[in-house]
Ligand binder design. Sequence first.
Ligand code: FAD
Length: 430
Amino acid sequence: MQITDASHFAGHADQIFTPRHEEEIAEIVTRANREGIPLTIMGALTGLAGGAVPQGGWAISMGNFKKLDITDGAARVGAGTLLRDVQNAALAAGQFYAPDPTENTSSIGGNIGANASGSRSFKFGATRRHVRALRVVHLDGRIVEYRRGTPVDFDVPTIPLPNVKKFSCGYQLKPGMDYVDLFIGSEGTLGVVTEAELGLLPAPGEITGGIVFFPDEQSALDAVDRWRPTEGLRLLEFLDSRSIKLMDQPYGAAVIVEWEGDVELDMTGALEADSWFGSSARDRERFRLFRHRLPEKIHDHLRKLGLVVIATDYAVPLEKNREMLDIYRDVLSENFEDRFVMFGHIGDAHVHTELLPKDQEEWDRSPAVIKDLARKVVELGGTVGAEHGLGKRKAHLLNLQYGPEHIAAMKQVKARFDPNNLLGRGTLFS
Ligand SMILES: Cc1cc2nc3c(=O)[nH]c(=O)nc-3n(C[C@H](O)[C@H](O)[C@H](O)COP(=O)(O)OP(=O)(O)OC[C@H]3O[C@@H](n4cnc5c(N)ncnc54)[C@H](O)[C@@H]3O)c2cc1C
């Protein structure tokens, strides 16, 4: 059976299981382990890195794990529960689940697998910060609940991490780390997460959002640098000139903002009268959909051409943001003229680029260009995986980020949980 994720990366499974109970998962995984059958865990398949796309073997779809219990300050959530259901249930209870990887039809298990973040991570951090406990089914059939603070009971070295605000690139090993941190961002390579306890925040007071248009990119980038330190700002996103054109707007760039309480942003250089602002939930949803529509439009275009999405998910240190944007602009326009966009989480120096190749021949040239950009990101002290994970499609970038000894240490950890390399085979370690 053919399976694709949101990047259109395709694979197949010989059998797909849709278990309802942890014990069923334990049976499936122990059998696969005994018989040497590769196993892939699938959330909602909105991932962009191919981690949930099997390349043969068995697949476990987590869609039946839909538990959703809200208490004061916490949510107990099945791995298959959709992000939007958690967000809405929290709001209905006067609370707030902060992580917002804009694709709200993703599952909590997938968010944990990728350590997803998105726009509001500018203020609230990635999924990792909001997970208090996890239940995991191991390949040997054990079903364990890990709470924050339970350290791993084996030695791990310190893996040096880049100085970036967002990170989803391999196991973040350090001595004394806890199990919860080990599983978050492990992209379905260590065990099956069945349930999580998530922290909820009190619902904020008034929130104002806006899409601020600019005549050109430079004035938008100046505003970003001015606004980034603003207290109360919870989202700071960028759309370059090509993104704006694709969204049929007659401007040179846009910055999307959202803030809590009384915030005055200095609008120097902005087309303030043309910009959109609003405080109602409806307005904010309109702005979210506008922003979200951009990658959807690109993905639709590529789907029609039968092409896989080709995009970067790199982040650099804040002080390197503009330098990296210049590099993206120069390299991509040299190779693809104006057939690319730069957009996204500029508050965290994490701007995605996506290509709009005109045909297969141009697509075929793009992986080499993207890999070159990854080298430049690493040279600037950045990461080649900020929020989507590396999955199978970007696993070849792992050795740009880390030395062989660090990758060997990660593989040793993997072997403790999955000695036969069955779980998520090809993800992270190509
Ligand atoms: C238009 C668009 C916009 C997006 N914007 C953002 C964004 O702003 N920020 C962001 O972070 N992401 C974004 N994404 C990417 C995607 O939505 C996230 O990566 C999301 O976390 C994937 O969740 P999922 O349930 O679809 O996971 P899947 O794609 O099904 O799986 C993702 C990974 O997690 C593993 N996994 C899934 N469930 C489990 C489980 N129960 N136990 C263990 N491992 C598991 C899988 O094996 C796989 O490796 C976007 C995607 C699209 C299509």
